[in-house]
Design a protein around this ligand. Sequence first.
Ligand code: ATP
Length: 430
Amino acid sequence: MKSIKGIMEERLLKKVMQVLKAAGEVAEGMGYSAYLVGGLVRDILLDVENLDVDMTVEGEGIAFAKKLAQRLSGRVKGQTRFGTAIVTFRGGFKVDVATARQEHYERPAALPTVEASSIREDQFRRDFTINAMAIKLNPGEFGKLIDFFGGERDLRRRVVRALHDGSFIDDPTRIFRAVRFSERYQFKIDEWTKDLIKQATNLAMFDKLTIERVRDELVLILSEKNPVRAIKKMAELHELKFIHQGIKLNKQLRKVLGNLEEVLNWFRSSFPKEKCEQWLIYFSALLHGLTLKEARATCQRFHLSRKDEEKVIKSKEGASRKRRELGKEKLSPSQIYHQLEKLPLESLLVVMARADRIVRERISLYLRELRSIRLKVTGDDLKELGLKPGPQFAKLLKKTLIAKLDGSLKTKRDELNYVKMNISKILSKA
Ligand code: ATP
């Protein structure tokens, strides 16, 4: 098998190379073999940046992790009975260590039982040939590419290919992973693998254990750079039904997804420092054809947090109710503010993607200007004017904010004058 040491030296950061070399030496000293495995091997060959270092050791993974940590002044965390551990180094860099093992699936989609075995078995239980290559790290053979299943050839041919007929039955989350990798790298899913996926989608049943892993894979797909392409591929492979039977990639959903891409591009270029959860936005959009009850049940089936569930529901409710309210002919800035202030950012962006021009412009005004307008007068100022803290306080401040949103108050003095003018009115109503 060939050596790719030169390519590694060219493409990996120095600090990564140092850790890999040290790992090989530590393993050699213990009489073990150590390998770099998984996504990083694939990405070295593709010349794509990736900082996730996964290693597999033929031997005692945890003892190896401890020695490696000792040698490089790192720390060992997260040891498991499956022989996995994480070694962390100063500066946040980390290495995942696993013990080479053979897995027997006692029943489809169940947790594998574990027994010590070799690197070939370790690679065979992986999802696709492009993810099933390893690089030996021991000093004499450092850089040797271990490729039992034609991963390198498949990288050259740009295909995602499963390792065996039962792959998607053993682990249905791979149904989604195939889409993720093929869309990320613009690879084709090979025909045999596609057939296996189609067969598995007819059978696939997700139990409690896998539903969370399916959700995690979905989150990853919808977090990729081009989720719309991935969603189209999922539809083609009949995978959307695993989110909910009622999701159809029809003309309307295609349009919303296209609009979402535009809205997100706009948002990112307008607010480069602000973060939004892209996956949640696309997930909400996918549920739009469902009833509120179905959408809620779907969130709960996938064990979304309460907060995320609310974002999904608000973007659904918001899309119809807010579109109506915000579409009215005359709306003042404060009325727009009032409609939108309680919507989370993700929901706002979904509503925007589903709305027509006028509503979009109003949401854009809210995001660009209105949401960051704050009063300069404070509670202390009101106290100085002789007001006692209480419900009037909030009322008065709200009224002042409305006036400010609508443009009639520029300075703090304007605000104070406005407060003074309105104190008596508010007090007389209280
Ligand atoms: P990414 O760049 O998105 O992190 P990755 O290939 O590193 O991609 P991970 O999900 O981090 O993906 O998994 C690391 C490796 O573990 C994969 O490359 C693959 O070899 C293996 N793996 C992960 N999930 C599965 C799975 N469901 N079935 C089989 N092998 C898997």
